[in-house]
Write a protein that binds this ligand. Structure first.
Ligand code: T1G
Length: 687
């Protein structure tokens, strides 16, 4: 796990070696304490350097240990840190790769820190529903400006060593020869024989801490205030103005409380299932094909977004259109995006030139002969997509992967027009494609295993969260979201107003309520689909016509200054107006319903139950391969609160009997044609 060698210049080099990311599990913690003690007792050793092997200094505490006895088995991380803190010889951290969470706290225990310019350092604990639990909340405000330290802990995002070079956190930043630089500094410290000034010994500017906490607290948003970790972080950092030992005790109390919270359990669950979801099930394992050169067909919003994502990940991109104007507009969209990043200092001009050198735009189908993957992103119409795939089939090279970005059309219907259906796969990006991390990788009945593997590998390469899906209407996300939205429309008829439903779900943690979302995306998209399906809809089904009525009077949503809500100067009015309320009341009367108000908790539970029921149905159909995949989709694509974990994780926290009873009630109120997941389906999903 760790090796120690006494280098000629009397440095004890301790190498952290716990693949893949040197997480600080019990074994590694033991070794560090043993090696620090041995080096300290060895008269040959003048100073100590700690370095991480491979891609990490250390990614922090071992998340897999959380909730198990090993997490608190001695030596706990705090004990390891205290052994370094107390060391009579200089200990210098040589940081490459990542130093995150407890990994950064290990570095903070050292007397000095040297980092490679490319190293990334951060405190991601907030993303796990925690705060740093081994001293960072007390030491960072002593090393850095308190407002900067707090911002780093609040964001949970790592910063590069270059970004931190003047922050006070690092003593040196080097481009190469990291261990030599760290060893030189360690020996200098030893020669100076000075009372080593540790982070804990530094004074903190109490007024600056108070100001930083006050300013940050005032800016916490609704979703942050819904999670206990954010206010706990404020409390811990505020305590850094107290004597060190007192502050450390406060940090510990807050950390231990958060460890037991349901939010932290849900966020740990999301951390685990998100990483599981990007792996092909063992039964489908295959080596991916090449994907270094991607063609995007269609230069619209989705096509240019996909092209941007591919370019940013280092791939070669050919963007193909049929219309010169559309191609020019798509190219302009891409140019503007990267120009804005250069202007914002997030991309250097040289790198931007390199990106553009990898982009080709063309009207000529023959350009497809050299690409590895074709991603079709044209208008969401089956006939249009089929005509594109006929041309792709003629021009793409043998072995190329043929992907469609369709969000709900039948992959098999698209694959049916090509001579090689085994090469076809669905890659359902979410808009904006260069921002949204979710990617549904949809398997047609003919899709070859290595084609599926290519879709998953390409998704990971694009830094997406690729999720394997079966080819059923709406795949995973849209299908479950439709069930949720339909239930919310039922609640309109039953007695709730749009703002009541939106508020109840926003308070539950959703990024936005369903009616605000509908207005934002435009009601006419759903209206068009509803009219297309009208002829096949069973009249006995409970169909809510409120959206249709709104569209019929031109209330298409935000873009029309009115939808479910009205908008004044683009600002959504908090209370729905009489026009929409009359439409809602009429719908309830037509259904023979006597409207009655719905409590927020009832709204929240009905919405979650509708999703659980649909999830159980699609899981039984094999559309999702793992229950956790469903929660990953809904959290990363539909704004469900990660600290609730997703519908499946939420349902597991409910008693099964109450769940069954409430589902019975829900399905009964859903009317004719509503399908209830069987107890067996629920068990398969939840057990
Ligand atoms: N513990 C255990 N396993 C971890 C891990 C960790 N901290 N971090 C990553 N892994 C595993 C991961 O599950 C996957 O395993 C493999 O490493 C590659 O990860 C006391 C309490 C480091 C930037 O939150 O941000 O310290 O699937 O797919 O994209 O105050 O992993 O291969 O079996 O993500 O290159 C704080 C979380 C813990 C760091 C690498 N630390 N990790 O990203 O690979 S709390 C974190 C990451 C804490 C202290 C507190 C990323 C990464 P497998 P990956 P990647």
């Amino acid at each position: 796990m760790t090796n120690q060698e006494i280098q000629a210049d009397r440095i004890a080099l301790i190498e952290l070696n716990n693949p893949p990311v040197n997480s600080l599990g019990i074994q590694l913690r033991r070794h560090i304490v043993e090696l620090i003690r041995a080096a300290e007792d060895d008269p040959q050793v003048a100073a100590i350097v700690i370095v991480g092997k491979d891609k990490a200094f250390s990614a922090g505490a071992d998340v897999a240990e959380f909730g198990t006895p090993m997490q608190f088995e001695e030596p706990m991380l705090r004990t390891v840190i205290e052994s370094i803190d107390a060391c009579r010889k200089p200990v210098v951290a040589a940081i490459s790769g990542v130093a995150l969470g407890g990994g950064l706290e290990l570095a903070l225990a050292c007397h000095a820190r040297v980092a490679l310019a490319s190293a990334r350092l951060g405190t991601p604990e907030i993303q796990l529903g925690l705060i740093p639990g081994s001293g960072a909340t007390q030491k960072l405000p002593r090393l850095m400006r308190p407002e900067r330290a707090l911002a780093m802990m609040l964001s949970g995002q790592p910063l590069t060593a270059v970004q931190l070079s003047e922050s006070g956190l690092l003593d040196r930043v080097v481009e190469q020869d990291l261990v030599d630089a760290a060893s030189t500094l360690a020996l200098d410290l030893a020669r100076q024989n000075m009372t080593l000034l540790r982070a804990r010994d530094r004074t903190v500017n109490a007024a600056a801490v108070d100001q930083a906490v006050a300013d940050a607290s005032a800016k916490l948003n609704r979703r942050q205030l819904a999670q206990p970790a954010y206010l706990a972080l404020m409390d811990a950092v505020k305590s850094s103005a107290l004597p060190f030992a007192v502050g450390m005790q406060r940090e510990r109390e807050l950390f231990l409380t958060l460890m037991k919270s349901s939010e932290a359990a849900a966020l740990r669950y999301q951390f685990r299932v998100e990483r599981e979801s990007s792996k092909l099930p063992a039964s489908m394992h295959a080596a991916p094909r090449a994907f270094g050169h991607v063609a995007v067909i269609g230069a619209g919003t989705m096509g240019s977004g996909i092209a941007i994502a591919a370019l940013e990940s280092g791939l070669q991109v050919t963007m193909l259109e049929q219309s010169p104007d559309a191609l020019a507009q798509g190219r302009a969209r891409i140019d503007q995006y990267f120009a804005a990043r250069v202007k914002a200092g997030k991309l250097d001009a040289g790198r931007a030139d390199g990106i553009f050198a990898r982009l080709a735009t063309t009207l000529d189908w023959a350009a497809l002969k050299s690409v590895d993957v074709v991603v079709e992103a044209v208008f969401e119409d089956l006939a249009v997509k089929q005509s594109v795939f006929r041309m792709v089939d003629q021009h793409a090279r043998v072995g190329a992967v043929l992907a469609t970005n369709t969000s709900y059309l039948d992959i098999d219907a698209i694959a049916s027009v090509v001579s090689r259906p085994h090469d076809v796969v669905g890659l359902h990006f979410f808009s904006p494609a260069n921002v949204m991390k979710l990617l549904e990788v949809v398997q047609g009945k003919a899709s070859a295993p290595d084609v599926m593997a290519t879709g998953m590998a390409l998704g990971k390469h694009l830094k997406k969260i690729p999720i394997l899906c079966g080819n059923a209407f709406g795949f995973i996300g849209n299908r479950i979201y439709n069930a949720y939205r339909k239930q919310c429309e039922f609640m309109l008829e039953d007695g709730a107003w749009p703002e009541e439903i939106d508020k109840a779900l926003a308070d539950f943690g959703f990024a936005m309520g369903p009616f605000a979302v509908a207005d934002l995306s435009g009601l006419d998209i759903a209206w068009r689909m509803r009219k297309a399906n009208a002829s096949t809809r069973d009249p006995r089904e409970r169909y809510v016509s409120i959206l249709d009525s709104l569209c019929e009077i031109g209330r298409l949503g935000r873009k029309a200054q009115a939808g479910y809500y009205t908008y004044v100067d683009g600002k959504q009015q908090a209370v729905t107006d009489e026009v929409v309320r009359v439409i809602i009341e009429r719908a309830g009367i037509a259904r023979g319903i006597t409207r009655a108000p719905l409590q927020a908790e009832v709204i929240q539970r009905r919405a979650m139950l509708a999703m659980v029921n649909e999830a159980a149905l699609l899981f039984a159909e094999g559309v999702a391969h793992r229950a956790g995949d469903i929660d990953v989709v809904l959290v990363n694509g539909y704004g469900l609160p990660a600290w609730v974990g997703g519908p499946i994780h939420w349902a597991r926290s409910q008693t099964r009997s109450s769940l069954a009873h409430e589902l019975d009630q829900l399905i009964e109120s859903n009317g004719f044609g509503a399908v209830r997941a069987t107890p067996h389906m629920l068990s398969s999903l939840l057990d």
